[in-house]
Design a protein around this ligand. Structure first.
Ligand code: CA
Length: 242
């Protein structure tokens, strides 16, 4: 376990001293390098490391604002820690850019599984960045939408104006997975296995929250059609010439 986690630097943002202390100890025991801060401002000022564990209930700032502030300057994976399960749609669906979440109380093994999943994806993404360009394989085009897996960039051409979309790592993986077989329905099970993890037991609402986030960024909800009881399909929205 230590070898696997040893190079991962975790910024732990948690104001509760007892949680911070026990969680910090557990993470260090599992081989992570942990820096702890207790306020939102300290988190924004800190070295972000490889992963941010962000408690949403902080004394000086709204955790949402902290999340947004970090995301505005970095693609570092962010796992939100919340006691407020009912607000997960806000966490994942709005422009906060969190990659995953755990709800208090949570098990340490669950947390480590989440950490491994998000850091593995981040590592895979940066490894892809280092490879030489091979445009034919790396770029998927669906109508005006272009997804470049090498650079992890998504652009949308709207009437000749090309804009880059700021997707979170998970949103990127989800959109990329749908785009690989545009027009076909991807089942929720396939989506969870490919985008999250085969052994991910989170609520399927997470998929919906990410779909909502992508739709909003694409500016047209018709890009991703929900097929009731099955899953989701990516399609170019039809123009009004019906
Ligand atoms: Ca707190």
């Amino acid at each position: 376990m230590t070898d696997e986690n040893g190079d991962v630097q975790v910024l732990l943002v948690e104001d509760d001293p007892s949680i911070a202390s026990s969680l910090g100890d557990s993470l260090r025991g599992a081989g992570y390098v942990v820096e702890h801060v207790a306020t939102g401002q300290a988190a924004i000022d800190a070295e972000l490391g490889d992963l941010v564990l962000l408690d949403l209930g902080l004394p000086d700032m709204d955790g949402y604002d902290v999340c947004r502030a970090i995301r505005s300057v970095s693609n570092v994976p962010i796992i939100v820690i919340t006691a407020r399960g009912e607000e997960l749609d806000r966490v994942l669906g709005l422009e906060l850019g969190a990659d995953d979440y755990v709800v208090k109380p949570f098990g340490f093994r669950e947390l480590v599984a989440r950490i491994r999943a998000v850091t593995r994806r981040a590592t895979a993404a940066s490894a892809v960045h280092g490879q030489p360009a091979d445009d034919a394989d790396d770029i998927v085009t669906v109508g005006p939408l272009q997804i470049d897996r090498r650079t992890h960039r998504v652009t949308l051409d709207t009437a000749g104006v090309v804009a880059e979309l700021a997707l979170t790592p998970k949103e990127f993986e989800l959109l990329s997975f749908l785009a690989d077989d545009a027009g076909a329905v991807r089942t929720r099970t396939d989506i969870v296995e490919h985008v999250w993890d085969a052994n991910w037991f989170g609520p399927t609402k997470t998929v919906d929250a990410h779909v909502a986030g992508i739709r909003r960024k694409l500016g047209d909800s018709r890009w991703i059609e929900a097929v009731r009881g099955v899953g989701f399909r990516l399609e170019v929205p039809s123009t009004e010439a019906d």
